[in-house]
Design a protein. Structure first.
Ligand code: HEC
Length: 190
C-alpha cells in the first residue's frame, strides 16, 4: 500500500484519503509530465486516425494493440519515466489501476459529474513506495466520438471479433461521449 507523503499544488481541493497529506509544489515534474502526455497523444492520435481511414477500425484495433504499448516504451526509454495508461474498465494488459490510481480515477469521475472540463483534470503527488520516493502524475483521457467505434455500446461485429481475440477479458466498452475513458499515469523515482 502506498502512502501519500506530499500532494502537489494540483487539485489540492481533493482531500484524498491517504496519510500525511501536505501541500507542496513540484512544477518542474508537472511540466515534464504534461509534456510526456502531449508527446504520447501527438504520436498516437494522428496515426490512429490515419489507420481508421485507410485500413478500417477492425485493423486499427490490431494497430492500437501494438502501437500504444510501443509508444509508451519508447517514451519511457527516452525520458526515464514509468509510462502507462490506466482505466477503471481496462482493456490493455497494463491498464489495471493500482489503489492510488483507482482513487484518482474515481475523483476525476466525480469532478466530471460536477461539471469540470476533462481537459483540466490532472493530479500529481509525491508518494512513498517500498521505501522509495516517487513522483506520480495522472491526466484524464475523455471519450470522444471517434473512440466509440471501439469503446462504445454498439461495436460492429468485425471489431468485436478482433477485440475478443486480442483481449478476451476486455472491459473497455459501453462508454458514451464525454465520459472518462481512463488516464495517463506516469511516475518517476526521486
Ligand atoms: C480502432 C479501435 C480503437 C479506437 C478507435 C480507440 N481505441 Fe482506445 N484502445 C483500443 C485498444 C485495442 C486498446 C488496448 C491497447 C493496448 O493493448 O495497450 C485501447 C486502449 C485504450 C486506453 C488504455 C486503457 C485501457 O483500457 O487499455 C485508453 C485510455 C484509450 N484506449 C482511450 C481511447 C480514446 C480516448 C479514444 C478516442 C480518441 C480511443 N481509445 C479510440 C482501441 C481503440
Amino acid at each position: 500500500m502506498k502512502n501519500l507523503l506530499i500532494a502537489t499544488g494540483l487539485l489540492t481541493c481533493l482531500a484524498l484519503p491517504f496519510t500525511a497529506f501536505a501541500q507542496t509544489s513540484t512544477p518542474q515534474f508537472d511540466k515534464e509530465a504534461r509534456d510526456i502526455a502531449k508527446q504520447f497523444l501527438e504520436q498516437l492520435k494522428p496515426e490512429l486516425q490515419k489507420s481508421m481511414k485507410s485500413d478500417g477500425p477492425a485493423k486499427t484495433v490490431a494497430f492500437c494493440h501494438t502501437k500504444a504499448p510501443e509508444i509508451a516504451k519508447q517514451l519511457a526509454q527516452k525520458t526515464g519515466w514509468d509510462i502507462n495508461r490506466v482505466s477503471l474498465k481496462p482493456r490493455g494488459e497494463n491498464a489495471t489501476p493500482d489503489q492510488w490510481e483507482s482513487t484518482v480515477l474515481k475523483r476525476f469521475n466525480t469532478q466530471l459529474a460536477n461539471g469540470a472540463s476533462p481537459k483540466t483534470l490532472e493530479f500529481s503527488a509525491i508518494v512513498e513506495v517500498n521505501n522509495q520516493t516517487e513522483y506520480r502524475y495522472m491526466k484524464a483521457i475523455p471519450t470522444g466520438n471517434v473512440c466509440l467505434t471501439c469503446h462504445g455500446s454498439k461495436i460492429a461485429t468485425p471489431i468485436q471479433e478482433t477485440l475478443q481475440q486480442l483481449y478476451p477479458n476486455d472491459t473497455a466498452t459501453g462508454y458514451s461521449k464525454g465520459e472518462l475513458r481512463g488516464a495517463f499515469s506516469f511516475s518517476k523515482t526521486l
